[in-house]
Design a protein around this ligand. Structure first.
Ligand SMILES: *[C@@H]1O[C@H](CO)[C@@H](O)[C@H](O)[C@H]1NC(C)=O
Ligand SMILES: *[C@@H]1O[C@H](CO)[C@@H](O)[C@H](O)[C@H]1NC(C)=O
Ligand SMILES: *[C@@H]1O[C@H](CO)[C@@H](O)[C@H](O)[C@H]1NC(C)=O
Ligand SMILES: *[C@@H]1O[C@H](CO)[C@@H](O)[C@H](O)[C@H]1NC(C)=O
Ligand SMILES: *[C@@H]1O[C@H](CO)[C@@H](O)[C@H](O)[C@H]1NC(C)=O
Ligand SMILES: [Zn+2]
Ligand SMILES: [Zn+2]
Length: 440
């Protein structure tokens, strides 16, 4: 609200109109997954023999060298832009069984990465949230205060720095703060709803987070604020697997709350999937009203379980351009590091995977524009879907994608409830199979 007033003053005095352009940038980084045993015990490497490239390997989580060059690339990318704040959506700890972790081990990792970010961005406002891997034992977030929240707050206090929000953090690792341009951040601990959390399964409202967020959103509406929602595990359906990440009753409640406040929520930013994707929420008349953006990971790690092997990923981070007054999301620049080429040349090679307004055929990244793009991915052979397949894994590879794979991805854009998703999957698979049939 400060800026429009300022603009009028500047216009009247015929000063530089560029001062009026109230556009800023948001930096989003997620899923570092630091493996301190890279090239010694290789705890995260799925038991697969790997090449120990100096910046990492697709079978393993990030070595420190990768985290270091990623933060430097983030810094460099922000130098010619007005970056207002950073979102850091968790999962700092490597993928390894609990036997090889401990509270102290996890806290060491979190403390180090927090320190590295603070050294690299000493004046940046950072809104940090936990990932499911940050807790010990892994995924088992309890609905109450614990040692990990207390120890984390010692390091995150410079970013949270508000006594009411410190109390919320100590209770449930959620908080809300206003950015310097007046937008409200709603930082959620959605790990409490994750289907791997055995502690909260039968609860209605772990750590009273739902009731709390409804109160904050209601107040924000009264105060005419715009709200950006951030956290680690996203609501909706994962394209890989085709199931909600949340327990069903939590997904239903979360989506219901978000949709009730779609007039105040200007965007949702999450991590966890290690894939670049998004989901659109629609109102009762089918009009796109909100977008949830899922950012790809820093870790290049691909999972390996007996029944399946996950895709390779290139390390990545993103910048989002937004209107400081309305919160409207204007553009997205996705950065990635070519991991094999960087290892080969012995220096980090970063590029832009895509700029939304240049490469997605959209004027901005509003819900209506994202809906337009998503609709065009219905054709599995079209450029939109083929580009999305490449961008999903930060240009590491284009996985072969059959009718089921296409339908899972397509429906993840549109359907955030399990039953709607299943219906979409049936219809789309039928359609895609007919396209593949024609091609033969
Ligand atoms: C730093 O950023 C500039 C402009 O954004 C880019 O041209 C340059 O290649 C980047 N340098 C490195 C080392 O990434
Ligand atoms: C990981 O845990 C297993 C099981 O407790 C143990 O045998 C192994 O030595 C541990 N490895 C490391 C590097 O800590
Ligand atoms: C984090 O760990 C790395 C590698 O061990 C070390 O070089 C760096 O100084 C540590 N950073 C902080 C802030 O403790
Ligand atoms: C965490 O800190 C609060 C006060 O800062 C204290 O009351 C509480 O007992 C601590 N919890 C644990 C588990 O240590
Ligand atoms: C916390 O916020 C207060 C009031 O805005 C400010 O004066 C203080 O410097 C901040 N502390 C830190 C550590 O940033
Ligand atoms: Zn992760
Ligand atoms: Zn995760």
């Amino acid at each position: 609200m400060v800026f429009p007033g300022l603009c009028i003053v500047f216009l009247l005095s015929l000063l530089r109109t560029s001062l009026c352009v109230s556009e800023g940038w948001i930096l989003h980084v997620t899923d570092f997954h630091w493996d301190r045993s890279y090239s010694s015990h290789d705890l995260s490497c799925n038991g697969v023999v790997n090449t120990h490239g100096m910046y990492g390997d697709y079978w393993c989580d990030s070595p420190f060298s990768l985290i270091d060059v990623t933060m430097k690339a983030m810094k460099n990318a922000t130098l010619d832009k007005e970056v207002d704040f950073m979102l850091w959506t968790g999962d700092s700890v490597l993928h390894t069984p609990d036997e090889n972790l401990s509270i102290n081990e996890n806290m060491d990792i979190l403390t180090n990465l927090t320190g590295q970010l603070q050294e690299t961005f000493p004046t940046m406002d950072v809104y940090a949230t936990y990932g499911n891997h940050d807790y010990f034992p892994s995924n088992q977030y309890p609905p109450h205060n614990n040692e990990i929240y207390n120890r984390t707050l010692e390091h995150w206090r410079t970013w949270i720095n508000d006594s009411t929000q410190e109390t919320n953090f100590l209770k449930g690792a959620y908080y809300t703060l206003k950015t310097k341009y007046g937008m409200r951040i709603l930082a959620l601990n959605t790990n409490l709803y994750y289907t791997s959390d055995k502690v909260t399964t039968h609860m209605d409202d772990p750590a009273d987070q739902f009731v709390w967020m409804e109160g904050i959103l209601m107040q924000a509406r009264r105060d005419h604020e715009k709200v950006l929602v951030t956290g680690h595990v996203p609501p909706g359906i994962a394209a890989e697997g085709g199931r909600p990440w949340f327990y069903q009753h939590f997904n239903t409640r979360m989506v219901h709350i978000l949709q009730q406040y779609s007039d105040v929520i200007i965007g949702l930013h999450f991590g966890h999937e290690h894939a670049d994707t998004f989901r659109i929420f629609y109102d009762h008349s089918g009009r796109p009203e909100m977008t949830l953006y899922v950012a790809p990971s820093v870790t290049p790690w691909r999972y390996k379980i007996p029944s399946a092997t996950g895709p390779k990923h290139n390390p990545s981070f993103r910048l989002i351009k937004y209107d400081r007054t309305t919160g409207r999301h204007l553009d997205l620049v996705q950065y990635y590091m070519d991991l094999p080429e960087s290892n080969k040349q012995g220096r980090p090679i970063w590029s832009i995977a895509y700029t939304a307004t240049k490469d997605m055929g959209v004027p901005d990244i509003s819900p209506a524009s994202m809906d337009g793009f998503a609709t065009r991915t219905k054709n599995p052979n079209g450029p939109e879907f083929q580009n999305h397949l490449r961008w999903r894994n930060a240009n590491a590879e284009v996985m072969p994608c059959d009718a089921l794979c296409h339908s899972l991805i397509f429906c993840n854009f549109f359907k955030v409830h399990d039953h709607d998703f299943k219906t979409c999957l049936r219809d789309t698979q039928h359609y895609t199979a007919s396209i593949f049939g024609k091609r033969k």
